[in-house]
Write a protein that binds this ligand. Sequence first.
Ligand code: NAI
Ligand code: UGA
Length: 447
Amino acid sequence: MRVCVIGTGYVGLVTGACLAYIGHDVICVDNNEEKVKLMKSGQSPIHEPGLPEILTESIRQGKIEFTTDIATGVKHGEVLFIAVGTPSLADGRSDMRYVEAVARSIGESLTDGYRVIVNKSTVPIGSGDWVRMIVLDGMAGQSNDQIEFDVVSNPEFLREGVAVYDTFNPDRIVVGSDSDRALQLMQELYTPIIDRSFAENKTLAPVPVVVTDLNSAEMIKYAANAFLATKISFVNEIANICDRVGADVKEVARGIGLDSRIGSKFLQAGIGWGGSCFGKDVSALIYTAADYGYSTEILKACVRVNELQRILVVEKLQQALKILKGKTIGLLGMTFKPDTDDMRDAPALTLIDQLSRLGARVKAYDPLVSQSGLRQGFSNVIVETDLERLADGCDAVVLVTDWQEFLAIDYAKMLRLMHHPVIIDARNFLDGKALKALGYQYIGIGR
Ligand SMILES: NC(=O)C1=CN([C@@H]2O[C@H](COP(=O)(O)OP(=O)(O)OC[C@H]3O[C@@H](n4cnc5c(N)ncnc54)[C@H](O)[C@@H]3O)[C@@H](O)[C@H]2O)C=CC1
Ligand SMILES: O=C(O)[C@H]1O[C@H](OP(=O)(O)OP(=O)(O)OC[C@H]2O[C@@H](n3ccc(=O)[nH]c3=O)[C@H](O)[C@@H]2O)[C@H](O)[C@@H](O)[C@@H]1O
């Protein structure tokens, strides 16, 4: 099928590349010329494992093209994906200006024939109908009754760092629409994924497709992210009680996670959730509910617990070192999670702010950020290029991101370079016993 994806960020580019890889003819549109130039040369502007390979292969097969011209993409696609950002405004609402601009341009560019306009961006409930209105607005002046379209909600559930895997192996596909014609095309589009032709395990049952109305599809996306964020805040609250009563939250998570009603995923206590979506989506849902006069007590607590969890790490440093003014703190990891270059709402940024406000000198090392052009872009932190430079003279080291390679650090050597032997494991990721045996004062979260 002919597909156009508008917005080539973490979602748009992965979606476009994966759809091309499974055989569709894809044009990706972005208004960032630099990005388009890079992608045309076969390079990915984001770090996502597996993406360069499928991108290269899809380009080689002539299945994917890139342009800044939305009209070219709209003319080409039977299915038009909107995958631009919907960041938070200062009050917590979603900033819909990018979706609006794209919907209007789609309206202006539509040519004869039938199109399915798919909202893949995470958008407030009711946006499907609003997008339809903006597209019609964009079409104003065109008196062409050969143009037909439907708007569909097809929220995305991929995780950064495993986005390609998630796209080929989704837990479910959600499609919201009241048009059988649109649903039929969506089913056709996703058939190779639904029937697991590209899955890691091809013997699994077909991917469940949840066909529903527009509003429910949009709500499913918010409810999923809100639930996952709440699950993490819940386990962090349990960790804080564990800290006080002398229990180990890792043991507790293991014990409750084996209950199939609870499940073991998203029970890793630590510095709290970050990233571009949990914070903005929970805020947007709180805001939507408030619009309807409903106060979301659980969701507000979920956000508050997460804010406190980041500060807890600073408090643990204060307990260990007392005065932080003049002390040197080294951060292991900067990105909001491993295997991504994404720094949006990364807990490390809160630590850098808080620690520098308290007069500490902050250094950081991150496997991706330290080696890329990104390292120049930060204030109040020295981004070191290797671990030895990071450890040198540190009064404490904080593990902020659970990068696999941090398990293989020579911690004995690191200790010799440090000024004080304090290590805060803000992800409960390291072997505390082994570190204590080396002479570290090891401090985890809730253990
Ligand atoms: N990042 C993630 O893991 C996930 C994100 N989402 C949702 O997907 C949406 C996109 O998120 P990301 O991919 O992270 O955003 P992003 O910020 O990485 O990418 C957005 C892209 O859209 C482009 N863009 C903006 N305005 C444009 C326009 N008028 N025409 C063409 N291109 C334009 C930007 O240049 C950028 O490349 C958001 O609504 C987000 O909530 C959903 C699931 C996962
Ligand atoms: O809407 C989105 O953008 C996406 O948001 C999350 O994906 P993502 O933010 O990429 O990453 P996660 O793996 O969910 O991690 C989010 C944050 O929670 C933290 N986390 C995760 C799991 C856990 O047990 N504990 C914990 O603190 C991570 O370190 C990270 O900071 C969801 O998992 C995706 O399904 C969703 O599509």
